[in-house]
Design a protein around this ligand. Sequence first.
Ligand SMILES: Cc1cc2nc3c(=O)[nH]c(=O)nc-3n(C[C@H](O)[C@H](O)[C@H](O)COP(=O)(O)OP(=O)(O)OC[C@H]3O[C@@H](n4cnc5c(N)ncnc54)[C@H](O)[C@@H]3O)c2cc1C
Length: 393
Amino acid sequence: MAAAANNGGEGGDGFDVIVVGAGIMGSCAAYAASTRGGARVLLLERFDLLHHRGSSHGESRTIRATYPQAHYPPMVRLAARLWDDAQRDAGYRVLTPTPHLDMGPRADPALRASIVNGAATEVASDAASDAAAPWPWSGVFRLPEGWTAATSEIGGVMKATKAVAMFQSLAAKNGAVVRDRTEVVGIAKQGDGSIVVKTSSGEEFHGAKCIITVGAWASKLVRSVAGVDLPVQPLHTLICYWRARPGREHELTPESGFPTFASYGDPDRRDWCATGDALVEPVARWIDEVMPGHVDTAGGPVIRQPCMYSMTPDEDFIIDFVGGELGKDVVVGAGFSGHGFKMGPAVGRILAEMALDGEARTAAEAGVELRHFRIGRFEDNPEGNLAENKVKN
Ligand SMILES: Cc1cc2nc3c(=O)[nH]c(=O)nc-3n(C[C@H](O)[C@H](O)[C@H](O)COP(=O)(O)OP(=O)(O)OC[C@H]3O[C@@H](n4cnc5c(N)ncnc54)[C@H](O)[C@@H]3O)c2cc1C
């Protein structure tokens, strides 16, 4: 896939946009830019394409529109449409649609807000409640006392690595140049207003605009090229895969209508220290309590795959012009805080439009409010949108 790049320097008049970082966000941004007739697009990746050191690799990510914050469902709905378009363009699927189920303590403010924002329907109460009656998947989930469950239409599982490969292939098919093993160390504006991108091997690429999508490396790169501080904290975590108990396998598949699901608790009691192996035991306990008899937890997960979150203090994304000397010519998408994959195609479209047009028309049309994702929210307030995001009863 890595094609030789005309570096856009002497003899060439450069790329229209250079995308730095080929995880899901950069690959989607390169694809979105490449769909603009005639746009010359370059996608640069530091490691091998589809490597396992960032945030976008592996077998699965889920999609849902149930969010405690009202600003995400419009972006999820836009993304769902763009996932369909890309799969149609590719001729194969990376997203298997399913229903989605949210469950948790009935009065939990985040769960209540997610039900409203995601247009979910409450279907079940805990077994002790008078209202308890058979509901879809009542044979699998046993809700603890005081819990409720709600279903919603947008759900599904994405094959993560396959999805990233799909967007890279689609971009290349549209003429984008995709280069891996190319570490960007400099991004600067030249006297004529164009952007020069420098690599650790001394190569230079020239472009009119640049998009930075370097995941957990965002703070480091943006500080060094623009002197701008992004509060993005890398967090090592695990994806765990568990074995279904013999005889239960077919009940737990998308083909049998099994949903993706999320479980809510008290967000103020969440322990971000429980990462890596430390999160295995609480998850096993949850499975044994809420899905009794369905999953073999005794031997632990059958696969543990390391991955990285890029956390912002308020867990909201950063999607903005970098500013400073780079002004509106360089756009950054970062801090996806463990929940960005599903929105990759929407984020990619937004970043591409911001870079090429100076504004994200598609986002505005889809009702996506970008003010929540501005870098400026951290000026004079290190917590950003945290107060706004705390859901009240
Ligand atoms: C365990 C886990 C489970 C998750 N589950 C879900 C889920 O179910 N649903 C969901 O929506 N989201 C989920 N997420 C979050 C989602 O996967 C991430 O938000 C998303 O993958 C972030 O993508 P990215 O492109 O920003 O970062 P990355 O995938 O890390 O991509 C950044 C790329 O930039 C490259 N790079 C870095 N520096 C340079 C440089 N100087 N020059 C060139 N290239 C560079 C890196 O090598 C990397 O390839 C999960 C994440 C994890 C870790």
